[in-house]
Design a protein around this ligand. Structure first.
Ligand code: EPU
Length: 307
């Protein structure tokens, strides 16, 4: 199935290198459709399989040309609107809105709720999809409702927060759900203290994470709050290990960085090494947090050669 000429006339399609659209700076060329009309989303999503792109901040993509097209939301989905203001405010935001810009705006306007996510690189839609956040704050915490296209649906529907079942790094919606917009319930607070909180969180991240290097953020989910993956990898003595163009960060064990020219397979080899050692030496199975596109699960599974 291909998109109709009418849809392609209204929305932009281009062949783009995924290495330029991901913070890991890895990935081959892909057909990328940028959707700017809500009424076209249903048809765009009928093309399956299809990848959904947000900010590309938690993503590892195959170096080969992608078989499936990539769908992302254009500027018309990056709008925001105050539905009510006061001590309790309701803010509607399109899924393509940049999360950091939104947090900055809310803090400066004196509305609390999202500042705990300061420093999380994502679009609002990407953050919802994986229930992004930190150890203490999740994006679903201040969500009022969310608009999605469920897999195989042709129109978008709203779900109240009470109908959602978010878990650690997972929205709770089925795989293939497309996030369109959401509404946040925020509280009036002092702008200066919100700005200070956001600044402090960003500074703490900058002190512990390799933010200036190309990476996809944390590679693994934390096996438990008591044993963060970064500490485990640190204790295994693996920080600084290099394979090809990829390196386990010297600064934070749960980051793999692209030192320049890294291939997806270099990252996979480091993942296998870490998983193999964690399993053998500590009896711990590490789950990947990073999303993978067109990379088979097997290449991330340790073999005897990897440990
Ligand atoms: N630690 C080490 N060595 C390391 C890294 C960490 O000993 O190399 C220790 C730290 O000293 C600390 C503990 O491990 O005592 C936890 O580390 P950190 O505070 O950096 O938090 P984290 O659990 O590694 C989580 C999220 C991050 C988020 C931070 C800050 C996950 C997998 N990671 O990291 O999210 O930025 O909290 O709130 O939940 C991401 O999702 O991509 C991500 C980076």
């Amino acid at each position: 199935m291909t998109w109709s000429p009418a849809l392609l006339e209204r929305n932009n399609e281009a062949l783009l290198p995924m290495a330029q659209l991901t913070t890991m700076r890895i990935g081959g060329p892909a057909k990328v459709l940028t959707i700017d009309h809500l009424e076209d989303l249903g048809e765009a999503l009928r093309e399956q399989p299809c990848h959904f792109l947000g900010k590309g901040a938690n993503l590892l993509v195959s170096d080969e040309p992608l078989r499936a097209p990539v769908l992302r939301l254009g500027k018309s989905f990056a709008q925001y609107q105050w539905l009510s203001e006061g001590d309790e405010a309701l803010l509607r935001v399109g899924a393509a809105h940049d999360l950091a810009l939104l947090i900055g705006r809310c803090c400066r306007d004196g509305y609390a709720g999202l500042e705990g996510l300061a420093g999380v690189p994502a679009t609002v839609g990407g953050a919802l999809c994986m229930n992004a956040g930190t150890a203490k704050h999740w994006i679903f915490d201040c969500l009022s409702r969310v608009q999605v296209l469920l897999p195989a649906a042709t129109t978008a529907e709203w779900f109240d927060r009470e109908q959602c079942q978010p878990q650690y790094r997972h929205s709770g919606f089925p795989a293939g759900t497309f996030f369109v917009a959401c509404e946040f319930r925020l509280r009036r607070a002092t702008a200066a203290s919100l700005v200070a909180t956001a600044k402090q969180l960003k500074a703490a991240k900058a002190a512990s994470q390799p933010l200036s290097a190309a990476s996809a953020g944390c590679i693994f989910k934390n096996p438990s709050p008591q044993l963060p993956a970064g500490r485990l990898i640190d204790e295994l003595g693996l920080k600084g290990t290099v394979i090809g163009g990829a390196q386990i960060s010297e600064q934070h064990g749960n980051f793999i960085i692209n030192q320049g020219g890294a291939l997806a397979h270099d990252v996979a080899a480091l993942v296998r090494l870490i998983r193999g050692r964690a399993r053998r030496e500590r009896g711990i199975d590490l789950s990947l947090e990073v999303q993978r596109w067109e990379l088979p699960d097997e290449i991330f599974e340790p073999t005897a050669e990897d440990v």
